[in-house]
Ligand binder design. Sequence first.
Ligand SMILES: [Zn+2]
Length: 434
Amino acid sequence: MPRKIFLLALKSLLICCSVSAQARPDAKPSTDVLIKAGRFLDVRTGNYVEAAGILIEGDRIKQIGQAIDIEAHTPKGTVVIDLSRATVLPGLVDCHTHLMARIPDAPNGYILNLATKSEAFRALEGAADARATLEAGFTTVRDVENEGSGYADVALRDAVNQGLVEGPRMQVATRAIAALGQYNPFGVSPDLPEFPTGAQMISGVEEARRAVREQIGHGADLIKVYADWNYPTLTVEEMSVVVEEAHKAGRKVAAHATTAEGQRNAIMAGVDSIEHGHGADRQDLEMMKAKGVYWVPTMGYYFYHVDSARSPAAHEYMQEVLQRARQNIPIARELGVKIANGFDPSSAEEHGQNAHEIVAMTKLGLPPIEAIRAATTSAAELMGWQDKVGSIEVGKYGDIIAVMGDPLADITELERVKFVMKGGLVAKNDFTIH
Ligand SMILES: [Zn+2]
C-alpha cells in the first residue's frame, strides 16, 4: 500500500476508535476496552494463557479471564480490540535510555551536539525519540541522564504525563553527576569555561551533596553517577554522599561503571544498579548479589555493531566486552543477580531499536523468558514500579503490546511489535492493516 494511503487508512481507523492516543491534555480513555488476545504471556510463570480477555477500565487493567466470559458481561459501549491472531505481552521497559541524545557520529560529535542545539531543540528531539520508543513497544523507560540538555528530560516526562506529546512513562535522572573534567565533552578549549557539560561536574563530597539536592529539587526521579570513565573517577566518599542524599529522598542511584574498580567503588558506596558492568568478574557479581544491586548490561550496541566497528582497536574492545558478557551472564544467573534491560541508545537511529538489547541478551546466554523478564518484571522492580507496570495483572496500567509470532521461540518478534497500548490508549495498531 502506498505510504499516503496507508497513513490515511490508519488515521481513519484510529479516529473511529475512541481509545486512540490523540495528544491532548491529560489524555485518559473514557471508554472501557476489551482486548481479545489469541494468547498472552504470563511473564511470571513463562506460560501462555490462550483465548484470553483483558478488560481495561480507564488506564488500569480491571479483569483478566477467558475472552468469551468477559465479553458476555462487559458494559454496553465497551470497545473491543481484536488481537485474536496475535501474541500479547506486557508493555516493555527499558532501564537505560538517553532520549535527549542524538549525538552525531562525527569527529567531536559530542561537542557539536552541545554547541549547535538549544535545550529547547533538544527537548523536541527527545519528544520524537520518545514517540519512536513507545511505538517500538516500550511503554516505560528509565532515562539515565540527558547529556547536557539541562532539565529537558523533566519537561518531556511532564509533557508525556499531561498528554501533550506521546511517549513512554518516564523516570528521569536529569543531569547526572561526574568527576570534574572526567566526562564529555572532552577537548573543549580551557578558554571556554562556560561551555556546557554532559553531566554536572563535581569535586568533593559537599559538591556531590549539593548536586543531588539540586537535581532532586528540579525534578529528578533517580540519580546517575559516573563511577568511572575508562578509569575510576568519583571517589567512594563522593558516591556515598550521593547515595545518602538520594535515598533520603526516596530516589535510587544508578552508576555507570565499565572498570572493575569503578564498579566496586560504586557498590561499596551503596548504589542500586550498575550500568554496563563490562569489567566485572565473578567476585564483583557475588558482591552485587550480596548487596541486591541490579545489573543493566547494555550489550545490544556491541552485539549489533561489532562487525562495523570503526577501527581494529574498537573492534577488539567490543569483542572483549561481548566475550566477557558470555562468561558473566551464566555466572549472574547461577548467583541470582537481577538483570534489567537497557539498550543505551544515544543516536537518532538507535531510538526505537531498544528490542535489540533483549535479542542480544539471549544471544549471550539468557533464555528468552529471562530476557523478557529483564525487560518487564525485573525492570519494573529496579524502578520501584512493580505495582504499576511490568506484567499483565489486575490493577496495573493497561500497558500492552502484541506481536504476530511466538517470542519465546523467536525473540526477534519483539523487534516487530505491531500493537502498542499505554494506559488504555492505543498508540499503534498495525493489525488493522490488511
Ligand atoms: Zn548510557
